[in-house]
Design a protein around this ligand. Sequence first.
Ligand SMILES: *Cc1c(COP(=O)(O)O)cnc(C)c1O
Length: 384
Amino acid sequence: MPYRKEKEYVSLSIPHMTGKEMDYINEAFETNWIAPVGPNVNNFEQELAAYVGVKGGAALSSGTAAIHLSLQLLGIGTGDIVFCSTLTFVASANPILYVGAEPVFIDSEEETWNMSPIALRKAFHETAEKGKLPKAVIVVNIYGQSAKMDELLAICNEYEVPIIEDAAESLGSMYKGKKSGTLGKFGVFSFNGNKIITTSGGGMLVSNDLKAIERTRFLASQAKDPAPHYEHSKVGFNYRMSNILAGIGRAQLQAIEDRVTARRKIYENYEEGLSSVSAIDFQPELKETSSNRWLSVMTINPCLSSLTPSDIKFALCAENIETRHVWKPLHKQPIFKDCLFFTAGDEKPVSEELFEQGLCLPSSSSLSKVQQDRVINNIKNLFS
Ligand SMILES: *Cc1c(COP(=O)(O)O)cnc(C)c1O
């Protein structure tokens, strides 16, 4: 068989180390802080809180844990309802089930792909009529783009219901001069391996409510009451971040602005490189916001092309290029099939259209121009 050189694999979103991570890890080893407490944990919390501009943060084992604890802090449990964006990763809503509450999903709007204020208002109106308001609203900033927070906050404030901002994908993004993840009662970040910065796995819950952050640390370390022996009056969790991983996070955080710049540049290259294909559009960026462009996501207009995201995904896969479908809306997921779902109008839900038309493109901050040109040229060829 003739020797065939495999084409270099291009991933969707991979970790991008700065080179300084090992210094913090070595320090943790040298001082024997190999534990879910230690100086890296404390410093990472302070440094991230300072970066986004909030009073405090609690470093946790995952973004999912941060969402779970935010629901715990709000005292949400069996019989309660929680509103949640439908166009998101399942981790946004799974914690609602962990606490025994019931998710109600809210459709997207076209300008940000995030929670529609009109659909949210409808949902509030209807649940208020039934005499049972949600205990929280989980607003997701999908692919790095901030939701319409002013409009969403105005509605939630009217009903006095707190927002948990799922900013797992939007660290470094801006909304009207503020950092994404700082606009609600709680903000959630993720440092999973595919996110814009990573600790391999990890998360952070941030808030201006320092008492709540202190309580988060308490709940995340088995809820040990102050006593000379082991005393527990609340159910606790083992959700703290390891001091070694926090060291990775500290080095990663120093590069966040560079990572945002790199991902935004990648997005600009896609936009420009594919501008000749009229069937292709990209996730919009709302005025007065700046997305970190965690992932560059394109949509294919079905009126202008018969190609589907699946066709393109399949063809690029054969070229060793990884792409992914847009999140399948949670109201369409088997585990949530009995949940209520609200849209703005009577047309087909925006989230369902985005799922059918959208495709996420390789967006790693370490993606080279040569690699990206390969992606662009392969897509262009499919449309010509
Ligand atoms: C990644 C992600 C999460 C979960 O974060 P983990 O750290 O992986 O638990 C939650 N919500 C969204 C929108 C995410 O993309």
